[in-house]
Design a protein around this ligand. Structure first.
Ligand code: NAD
Length: 276
């Protein structure tokens, strides 16, 4: 996907915000960052540890960003430092993108009831759901009224998806948190929404057991009979983070080729693969 594929414009002109969750060029947060930059946003990035800095730095530089903060969401010191840096450099921000999730590989395969440990549950919920509450509170303290926040979720919160397991529980908590945060910040006209993206090939997706089957099944069973394009997710983020999204808050917006809407797929590739 070339940069010029992202619609250019000035929907985000004069707006500044933090992107949390770029690991490499395939990250959903990176597609969102490019779309926001193409519409005139000024961006700051977090990265999780030195190993990722060498990937994230050139990406950030390519969209004119020189604010890069090391941040592990389980470490309060790095969270404090990140938001202190934003306050010092910019004073105020207008938006937050949260695209962070983690569960141990042993938690993302096989039986949910048998394989979910107390530690695995706590860490998945902490990193994948509480981190949005925490980052959202910190961001709100320096956010202009009328700002916006977006997080990334997945259908495994609403329905059982094989191997997604404890991450589905974490995403359900994340979506509920989105609604509570929307209520708290609504009086300041700060909007909080979630995008429920269909499967996209990223580092995080590679950690989920039977990933290849997931992509094939989504393609066959979605309304559009195709996989999810990160550009569509980036476009939804642009809508939700810009003034186009006025009055929309507390929402979980699906960008998954209509997969979530289907109860039983039409006659098509999936039907043909089943004997009568
Ligand atoms: P990714 O691997 O590119 O991004 C995940 C990010 O989470 C990485 O940047 C990683 O550094 C960060 N992270 C994990 N633990 C962290 C911690 N303790 N502190 C700070 N950062 C941490 O993968 P992605 O698919 O772009 O994931 C972004 C978001 O999108 C996640 O919330 C994911 O669940 C969600 N999502 C992904 C898909 C998909 O199919 N890829 C679908 C729906 C939703």
């Amino acid at each position: 996907m070339a940069d010029q594929d992202f619609p250019q414009g000035n929907l985000m002109a004069g707006k500044r915000g933090l992107i949390m969750g770029v690991a490499n060029k395939n990250s959903i947060a990176w597609a969102i960052a490019r779309q926001l930059a193409a519409q005139g946003a000024e961006l700051a990035f977090t990265y999780q540890g030195d190993a990722l800095l060498r990937r994230v730095k050139p990406l950030a530089e390519s969209v004119g960003s020189d604010i890069l903060c090391e941040c592990d969401v389980t470490n309060d010191d790095t969270m404090d430092a990140t938001f202190a840096t934003l306050k010092e450099k910019w004073g105020k921000i207008d938006f937050l993108v949260h695209a962070i999730a983690f569960a141990g590989k042993d938690q993302l395969a096989g039986s949910f009831i048998d394989n979910t440990t107390r530690e695995g549950f706590k860490s998945a919920l902490d990193i994948s759901a509480y981190s949005f509450v925490d980052a959202g509170r910190r961001a709100s303290e320096i956010m202009n009224d009328g700002g916006a926040m977006v997080t990334l979720t997945y259908l495994g919160s609403e329905r059982v998806i094989p191997n997604y397991n404890v991450m589905g529980v974490a995403k359900a908590a994340l979506e509920a948190s989105t609604r509570y945060m929307a209520a708290d910040l609504g009086p300041r006209q700060i909007r909080v929404n979630a995008i429920s993206a269909g499967p996209i090939k990223t580092l995080a997706a590679a950690g989920i057991g039977s990933g290849r089957h997931m992509f094939r099944f989504n393609k066959a069973a979605s309304a559009m009979q195709d996989n999810t394009d990160p550009m569509g997710v980036a476009g939804a983020a642009l809508y939700l983070l810009s003034d186009l999204g006025l009055s929309c808050t507390g929402e979980t917006h699906h960008v998954d080729g209509g997969f979530h809407a289907i109860g039983m797929p039409q006659e098509g590739p999936l039907r043909e693969s089943m004997p009568d």
